[in-house]
Design a protein around this ligand. Structure first.
Ligand SMILES: [Zn+2]
Length: 111
């Protein structure tokens, strides 16, 4: 079952047993880890890097800048974490220009 949001937990060390629906944030290791939001149970590590993922903590909720793409997992989940909520890439998100271009090309070559 897909989770609709994550609660954050600031930790020094990431625990061995991860709870679903929790985003563990380890500032000393500059990484976050959570169980894939689709519910498949795979550990999703999102490392914080200036050119990739940014963490925004507004005092209540966490936003991760940069999408999370679990291409390695069978579920191939793709989503964002915004203000503690999971926003699915196949959901109400407006497609990016390249996604629109790809679907346009697909339509073009079907005929
Ligand atoms: Zn998954």
């Amino acid at each position: 079952m897909r989770v609709t949001g994550v609660e954050h937990r600031f930790v020094d060390q990431v625990p061995d047993d991860l709870e679903p629906g929790i985003l563990y944030v380890s500032l000393p290791f500059r990484t976050t880890v959570h169980l894939c939001a689709c519910g498949c149970g795979n550990q999703t590590w999102v490392r914080l890097r200036p050119e990739r993922h940014h963490l925004i903590y507004d005092g209540e909720t966490i936003t991760l800048k940069g999408s999370i793409g679990n291409w390695r997992f069978p579920c191939r989940s793709h989503y964002w974490i915004r203000n503690g909520r999971i926003v699915w890439a196949d959901g109400e998100v407006t497609p990016s220009w390249w996604q629109r271009t790809v679907s346009w090309l697909r339509r073009l070559f079907k005929h």
